[in-house]
Design a protein around this ligand. Sequence first.
Ligand code: GLU
Length: 303
Amino acid sequence: MNETLKRILENCRRYTLNGHVADYIPELAKANREEIGIFVATAEGDYCAGDWDKPFTIQSIVKPIFLMLAAIDNGIDFVKDHVGVEATGKPFNAIDYAEPLLLKEHINPMVNIGAIAVCGLVKASSNEERFRRLLDFTKKITGNPLLEIDKEVYESEKKTGNKNRALAYLLKNSGMIYGSVEELLDVYFAMCSVKVTCKDLANMGLLLANRGVDLCGERIIPREDAVFLNAVLTTSGMYDGSGEFATTVGIPAKSGVGGGIMADCPGRMGIGIYSPGLDKKGNSVAGIKMLEKLSEELELSIF
Ligand code: GLU
């Protein structure tokens, strides 16, 4: 398997130059678009190639983490009373939700507006506690107790994240955020800035692939929440490129503008990808290519 990953990675390396690093968060513009890594975690062992141990910020791959913890805390029905699950077909940071009142079925937890709303559903008596619980949960599902935030990226997004601020105030105006908007945004920005590697993402994927049970047999996520999450990832995890991704790769996955992709093949494996050159939708160009090849060779598609 290591040989397969190495060969796929080398074949896809040229695609890194077709992408562009995200620069709307100034600190992310410092990434090197030529970096590329992959990690596959299975019950039988781990496999990797390239820059799999290079840390980068999790960005939108934190959205499934918000959704998981919100579902664990409140139950899926409660969460679905607050956000919808239909793919929006809009860019991740779309702001054209021009309704007198936002309609919950129009906001999806895998785009920014829905993710900010879902972040606020994580139970806590303060936003410090909300952040602490989310970070601890992220450590648990990645199996990495050393995770921390990248302060520069966090400060950079906090300073420039006015579109997210606008989305959050829109939510507040519609009664979909209860407490302080700025404090909740702080949790959102901090959690988007958690530094991970391909290995962390692959471990998170493996947990979802095993429907919430870790390799020691401990149930970390209720089975129905893992199944729910995989369904949401399949329909809307790859931004407004999710339909195309379903046809070419065919597994649940979530991408982030830091260049990461977390994917899982139910019953088989978790996959972590890093390559920060993005396409226009915000997905890693070389990352998607690697997943296409891997899916083809190992027949991963769930369809
Ligand atoms: N922190 C980023 C933002 O809110 C996450 C976006 C993403 O990775 O899609 O804009």
